[in-house]
Design a protein around this ligand. Structure first.
Ligand SMILES: [Zn+2]
Length: 260
């Protein structure tokens, strides 16, 4: 009986040691991933307004003109023509996720690691899968595949159609930063459940939405967030977007590397 009691106490102690106590970090969302999937490519939030909500994050620009990377308070635009530029404060986003980055935990990677291995490794360490996590990886990449989307014209097609024409980029031996979030399963609808990785190179010449990678070595910082804020566009495009359907299959097609 005494042994059983001790065993129970040990389990409780282990659980409380593992439970990550999040700081009061907030993940700010503008619009919803389902609206973006449906083709609502015009938002009313400016880059300057977004910057007030966080210094780290990902998203896109109106007309899905390239991929957004928010790093150390700067907002970058990686376009489908392969160029990187600092976004101007007046540019608009139809979808973005940012936070004020604070690292709770740090890990090192010293052997070649694929995207799947990186996600598996993080999954082992992130005990509470029902929190949001901001993930920053500064490192050297043997190989990195990204995509960017060209600016779209009205009438906008759904994102799963548009990504069929996405431009793929393969970078070798590149140094830079992965900017990512891991969102819980219940975030489906307004954010991407699981991992969503964007990249920006140190020389600010490469970037994009990451489809595959091979990390040679790197430093990982992870910050948990228990607070979320969602700002919805007030425009008619968002109002008239059907967000009653399940877009999980479309999201999978959009987020992953297309084989066809
Ligand atoms: Zn993305």
């Amino acid at each position: 009986m005494k042994i059983q009691k001790l065993a129970v106490l040990f389990v409780v102690a282990t659980l409380s040691a593992c439970a990550q106590v999040p700081k009061q970090a907030t993940v700010f969302h503008y619009a919803t991933i389902d609206a973006l999937l449906a083709g609502a490519y015009e938002g009313e939030l400016t880059v300057d307004e977004l910057k007030r909500k966080g210094d780290f994050g990902i998203g896109t620009f109106n007309r899905v003109d390239g991929e957004m990377i928010v790093l150390d308070g700067d907002v970058f635009q990686f376009k489908a023509d392969g160029t990187v530029a600092k976004a101007s404060g007046g540019q608009f986003t139809p979808f973005a996720v940012v936070t004020s980055f604070k690292a709770d935990n740090r890990y090192e990677v010293s052997k070649e690691t694929s995207m799947k291995e990186l996600e598996d490794m993080l999954d082992e360490r992130l005990v509470n899968k029902n929190l949001f996590y901001a993930i920053r990886v500064d490192g050297e990449f043997k190989q990195l595949t990204t995509r960017a989307i060209s600016p779209q014209d009205k009438p906008y097609k759904p994102l799963a159609e548009v990504t069929k024409t996405q431009t793929l980029f393969n970078f070798s031996n590149t140094r830079g930063t992965l900017v990512a979030f891991r969102s819980p399963g219940f975030a489906k609808g307004f954010n991407v459940p699981g991992y969503h990785w964007h990249y920006l190179s140190d020389d600010r010449k490469a970037g994009g939405h990451v489809l595959a990678l091979s990390l040679s070595q790197g430093a990982i910082k992870v910050g948990a967030a228990s607070d979320i804020e969602i700002k919805l566009p007030a425009n008619s495009m968002f109002a008239n977007t059907n967000q009653t359907v399940d877009r999980a299959t479309e999201l999978k097609a959009v987020e992953k590397l297309r084989k066809d």
